[in-house]
Write a protein that binds this ligand. Structure first.
Ligand code: ZN
Length: 446
């Protein structure tokens, strides 16, 4: 009997401290539907063009029809979950000449759906796709620009994630958003980021999806397993003092967006081992941009998720055949099973971050000229926090390769681990095993 009790107690401790996986995340992966993604991508592509300056009155063609349809889908999802989504438009007026690609006055209209968090209503994890599309000439708003992959795929993925996750309740809020004006100069993202700042949103991070459906590169490589996570190294909003301190403490590759990228990488490796996530240590593709950047500009964590092999014949191209080569971003260039995989990548990370407790605050590190690294942080009052996990890695490693769960304490000494030889971070762990993003210590102590 004693032995039995011991075993039960031991198993219980084992479960709460080493739980690696949550069955619900596997269920979420399975629930994402390639058929629904296909149907939504077709619908969006069939609006002919979704150029920012295209028709706003028609119900069958142009950006107006597209955004009303997207809002209608969010409304339907909400009706099916007891009104669990707050659906709205957020818009900004841009005047002709506000940017090189603003050829006339226009409303830049984003479509928002908030699944309100039960405990932290003002804390948001955000998934975004883009509503708008473009042809060869970004200013031509009348010619066909179906934008099936760029970016109906990301938009459809965002709607599908809302369908799947609306079946669950989360402690933090999830925002599913369709952004506009991307091709004209990231106007929708800029507008929403500014709006969030004014409203004082506490943003965990932005998962921006831009082109998540193409598996055939322009070089002919076909790969339905790899995808890229772009993240900038450190926030552009950091102070000169923070930048100077980094010379002595390190952290050149440990900004908040990079931690978000590592979080996603780890979740995918754990729950979707068939996939090959590639962390790219750059804001975006070389010299190019996307809608996570306006959030980064204001100091928020944000990354871009996208296919690994782009096909430039199908990007920003008028539909035509030239020298036997087919151009145009048409539905035939989208692989719906792959879009399903990348949508699932988003969904499990949204869920995990919205279930996880907030990241620890006041994380400080010490141990200079001492044999062991030491840590201090503010203990959370959230009863969901079962404890904290210290992470460390070789300074040359991209991933948090070592960790130790240290219990529900507010300081810890990592015996025999020398501060000089590793990078360190700290995460809060919730009851069901979900962890916050890793916090890179920003303070030091003796
Ligand atoms: Zn584009």
């Amino acid at each position: 009997m004693l032995k039995y009790t011991f075993t039960i107690a031991f198993l219980f401790v084992l479960t709460i401290t080493t739980a690696q996986t949550d069955q619900r995340l596997y269920d979420i992966i399975d629930a994402v539907s390639a058929d629904r993604l296909e149907s939504d991508i077709r619908t969006l592509a069939n609006f002919g063009t979704r150029n920012t300056f295209s028709d706003t009155v028609s119900n069958t063609r142009g950006i107006g029809a597209a955004r009303r349809w997207i809002k209608g889908e969010f409304d339907k999802i909400s009706a099916n979950c007891n009104n669990c989504l707050e659906v709205s438009y957020q818009k900004d007026f841009v005047k002709k000449g506000a940017g090189a690609r603003i050829v006339k006055d226009a409303w830049i209209v984003n479509v928002l759906a908030v699944q309100r968090g039960t405990k932290y209503p003002n804390r948001y994890i955000i998934m975004s796709g883009d509503i708008d599309s473009r042809a060869s000439d970004a200013l031509n708003y009348e010619i066909d620009a179906p934008g099936a992959n760029d970016n109906a795929s990301g938009m459809a993925g965002t709607i599908e994630a809302a369908r799947v996750l609306s079946k669950y309740k989360f402690e933090s809020s999830i925002l599913y958003v369709g952004l506009s004006g991307e091709e004209q100069g990231l106007f929708g993202g800029s507008g929403l980021a500014k709006y969030a700042k004014e409203k004082g949103w506490d943003i965990i991070g932005v998962l921006n999806n831009d082109m998540i459906g193409n598996i055939e590169g322009v070089d002919g490589v076909i790969d339905n397993r790899s995808f890229r996570i772009f993240s900038e190294p450190t926030p552009p909003t950091e102070t000169e003092r923070q930048r100077r301190a980094r010379r002595f403490t390190g952290g050149e590759v440990d900004g908040i967006s990079r931690q978000l990228a590592r979080y996603i990488h780890k979740q995918v490796k754990t729950y979707m081992p068939e996939m090959n996530p590639m962390m790219i240590y750059r804001l975006d593709r070389f010299g190019r941009g996307g809608h996570h950047r306006p959030f980064n500009d204001l100091g928020y964590a944000g990354i871009r998720i996208m296919e690994a092999h782009e096909n430039y014949n199908r990007q920003h191209q008028d539909i035509r055949t030239e020298n036997g080569i087919k151009y145009g971003d048409v539905i035939e260039g989208v692989n719906f099973q792959y879009a399903k995989k990348l949508t699932a990548v988003n969904a499990i990370n949204l869920a995990s971050l919205a279930w996880a407790p907030p990241a620890p605050k006041g994380v400080a590190i010490g141990g200079i000229v001492q044999p062991s690294a030491k840590f201090k942080w503010e203990k959370s009052s959230d009863p969901n926090v079962i404890g904290y996990k210290i992470y460390w890695r070789d300074t040359t490693s991209p991933t948090w390769d070592h960790s130790r769960f240290v219990g529900n304490v507010s300081e810890f000494v990592l015996e025999g681990i020398v501060i000089d030889n590793f990078f360190f971070g700290l995460a809060a762990v919730g009851k069901d095993g979900h962890e916050s993003m890793v916090v890179f210590p920003s303070q030091t102590f003796r």
